[in-house]
Design a protein. Structure first.
Length: 186
């Protein structure tokens, strides 16, 4: 069974703050070659998500192939966010994909990812692989934020499922982080 990217419609964008970018990359590298899992806090507007914070779950069951979290934790986070901030809300989650045997990690959602995707939420995948050569942080033509840091090559891709449906199609969300685009790795 293959996954399918839907034809281009109105492209959605995810704008990462520098702290959110830093948390996604550092938590993904920290547990390499296991996978990290966390949630995204920010603002959802028309056709875009402003990601202010990315917070790793402390007790995600992490293995090389998949990280899981129980539903109760998501509800507890939502409860306290309601009380702490009127502006910010839970807007989605992120997890990492890493090297597994000979297979490099990619930003493509797995079948398991798509089965557990909540329609309407932003999903971010951070792929961590060993770097072959240094590249500056840039946005690829597919809307993926990519760059190298230390000995790693990092790719951050977003996806979105508009409504519950049978099948495995999804929409790519363009990931941008203007404070890192163009940063040199040397
Ligand atoms: Zn995944």
């Amino acid at each position: 069974m293959t996954t399918k990217e839907q034809p281009k419609q109105e492209r959605l964008g995810a704008y990462l703050s520098f702290p959110a970018f830093l948390a996604i990359v550092s938590s993904s590298v920290e547990v390499f070659k296991k996978e990290t899992l966390g949630y995204l806090i920010g603002i959802k507007a028309d056709n875009k998500f402003m990601v202010e914070y990315a917070i790793p779950y402390q007790t995600a069951e992490s293995t090389a192939t998949h990280a899981t979290i129980d539903e109760g934790r998501v509800n507890r986070v939502n409860d306290i966010l309601d009380k702490l901030s009127e502006r910010l809300e839970y807007i989605g989650d992120f997890h990492s994909h890493t090297v597994y045997g000979e297979c490099p990690g990619t930003v493509i959602p797995s079948d398991t990812d798509l089965m557990s995707t909540v329609p309407g939420e932003l999903n971010i995948i951070c792929a961590v692989n060993y770097k072959k050569r240094a590249v500056n942080w840039h946005e690829t033509s597919r809307g993926i934020l990519a760059g190298t840091v230390g000995e790693y090559r990092i790719e951050i891709g977003g996806y979105y499922v508009a409504e519950a449906h049978i099948g495995r199609s999804y929409q790519r969300v363009i990931v941008k982080c203007t404070s890192v685009t163009g940063i040199h790795d040397d």
